[in-house]
Design a protein around this ligand. Structure first.
Ligand code: HEM
Ligand code: NAG
Length: 527
């Protein structure tokens, strides 16, 4: 009996080893055929990854920056490198436009999000557009694309209201026209929550209005005081749980193959809270889909159009939360960096303001077309996302043995072989800061550089190819709108606690945000 088991075990082991060797030979042969060479190896001495881990754990005290110093260090000599992680797996890491074009577009089918990404996000968003591959991803993408049409994005009523609420929340001015010092980031998070929920559910959470009402005792949108209190508490619980959920997702991503350790009661409770919050909207959408007359006169939300395709509650919930996760904090972080930059660069603030005043008559509605036509405004946003792309690091998994076009050999010009299952990391952040691509002034905040044509694949804040961010136009429109409103309202803006010389610290989670916030004061325009 035992001998049989041992013999069988040995047999299977031998089969596995032979299979692995055959696969390796095949890969080597095809690598040779394609003229592949190895990229620089930046692993460092054994035990692998321990030095990096030690530096990562010491970030708080060493003052090093995770992206600039630790990841950036890998690319000192080459734009494409390989390294062996602590679990023995070798990954490829790149900041090369040609490789990104291959991974994201020309060889799209060969590079997937993969199982690990699915698992990291699964408790919160199940199986949905953001963490699916293959046929289900294609299905989801096709389902949503019409919702992101120009026409829908041009419906800016909610953006208008949310901008007004934010300006109200910034507060009143003193005798000299200055507002109090104000940490604007939390107000921006509420702004993007309100516009995103309106877009997704057809009804806003109204967090900013509720907070203002609760503070001032003015009711406005609700019928009674108790109502305001209860609704604010609900919005707050949702927003807080959303933060917790994202913290756990990040923890899972960082744990790599041990992702399942990032779990627990707190996580499960928070996912339950955000899912429960969507229940009412899911039910509403299903009812409307069943008898369309009920929804007459109401705005077509993303949830409603989704409900005409599927009435599966879980799928509706997953997909909606998937998009909220993709769209809310990313847009808020971008706006945060916009304010930081405008406060630090008064010359850009003033130039942008005079262009905005020229192009946007306060008596006329701000439209999608007008925002797009305002070139300097778009250049400012481009430049903010160049220096501060809110998704700075990303990865793909090879779905089969394949190659990427450049990075191998001493001159880095040969293709590099990628094994099936191998991880390819890429950092858009570091690519956006490559001197050889952007010039000596790469670290300067200079919207004017966008007057020149920039090669498409060296600037990828929203990535590119078939999986390019679906919400790109939505996000840029929201941000442009709010900036126009702020510039109409205020004629100056000052940073409160950071200065130019200081290295801008970044918070790193699912997105990258200004860690020290955006504490500023505004000067009210009297014109
Ligand atoms: C500044 C704001 C934003 C940035 C920088 C951003 C960036 C990105 C990036 C880099 C991806 C690709 C992720 C990957 O495949 O690895 C992505 C995907 C996506 N984004 Fe955005 N995003 C922003 C705002 C939004 C908004 C506002 C929405 C929706 C309302 C949105 C919806 C999506 C969706 C649905 C995907 C998944 C697309 C797919 O897998 O086919 N994003 N975004
Ligand atoms: C954001 O909205 C929530 C929910 O209404 C509120 O409790 C919170 O105070 C708001 N944040 C700020 C900074 O106003």
């Amino acid at each position: 009996m035992w001998t049989t088991i041992v013999l069988l075990a040995c047999f299977f082991l031998v089969v596995r080893i032979v299979q692995a060797l055959v696969a390796k030979r095949r890969l080597q042969r095809s690598a040779q055929q394609h003229g592949c060479q190895e990229p620089e190896d930046v692993t460092g001495p054994f035990p692998y990854g321990v030095r990096r881990l030690r530096r990562m754990l010491a970030l708080a005290t060493s003052g090093e920056d995770f992206l600039d110093d630790i990841i950036g260090n890998d690319f000192k000599n080459a734009a494409t490198v390989k390294f062996t992680a602590f679990d023995g797996n070798t990954a490829i890491s790149t900041t090369e436009p040609a490789n990104l074009q291959a991974i994201l577009a020309t060889q799209f089918k060969e590079f997937v999000g993969g199982d690990r990404r699915y698992h990291c996000f699964e408790p919160a968003i199940g199986h949905s557009i953001f963490n699916a591959d293959g046929a289900f991803w294609e299905h989801s993408r096709a389902l949503f694309r019409p919702q992101f049409s120009r026409e829908n994005i041009n419906d800016l009523e909610m953006t208008h209201k949310a901008s007004d609420s934010l300006i109200t929340a910034i507060g009143s001015t003193d005798a000299n026209g200055w507002t109090a010092n104000q940490e604007v980031m939390p107000l921006i998070y509420n702004f993007t929550l309100d516009t995103a929920t309106d877009f997704l559910f057809g009804e806003t959470v109204g967090s900013q209005q509720l907070a203002i009402a609760a503070r001032t005792g003015r009711m406005g949108i609700c019928s009674s005081d108790g109502d305001v209190q209860a609704k604010e508490a609900e919005a707050q619980a949702f927003a807080r749980s959303f933060v917790v959920v994202q913290e756990y997702i990040v923890r899972r991503i960082r744990l790599q193959s041990l992702w399942w350790l990032g779990d627990g009661l707190e996580f499960r409770k928070a996912t339950r809270t955000i899912r429960k919050f969507t229940d009412r909207f899911v039910q509403l959408a299903i009812d409307t889909a069943a008898s369309p007359s009920k929804g007459e006169g109401k705005k077509q939300s993303l949830m409603n159009s989704l409900a005409t395709q599927t009435q599966d509650r879980k799928e509706l919930q997953d997909q909606i939360l998937s998009i909220l996760l993709a769209g809310r904090d990313t847009t808020a972080s971008m706006l945060g960096w916009c304010l930081v930059r405008l406060a630090l660069h008064p010359e850009v603030f003033n130039k942008l303001r005079s262009i905005v005043l020229e192009n946007f008559d306060p008596e006329e509605p701000i439209t999608f077309a007008k925002l797009k036509d305002c070139r300097y405004l778009q250049h400012v946003l481009n430049e903010v996302l160049r220096l501060h792309p809110t998704v700075p690091l990303n990865s793909r998994n090879a779905a089969k043995d394949t190659t990427i076009p450049v990075g191998g050999g001493p001159d880095q010009k040969s293709p590099v072989v990628v094994r099936k299952g191998q991880v390819v990391l890429f950092s858009v952040y570091l690519m956006h800061r490559r001197k050889d691509l952007w010039g000596e002034d790469v670290l300067d905040f200079k919207p004017e550089r966008w007057q020149q044509q920039i090669p498409a694949w060296q600037y990828l804040p929203f990535l590119g190819g078939p999986r390019i961010c679906l919400g790109q136009q939505f996000a840029l429109t929201e941000a442009s709108y709010l900036l126009v409103r702020l510039l109409q309202e205020f004629d100056a803006m000052e940073p409160v606690h950071w200065a130019e010389a200081q290295k801008l610290k970044k918070g790193l989670g699912v997105t990258m945000w200004p860690l020290d916030g955006a504490k500023v004061r505004f000067h009210k325009s009297t014109a």
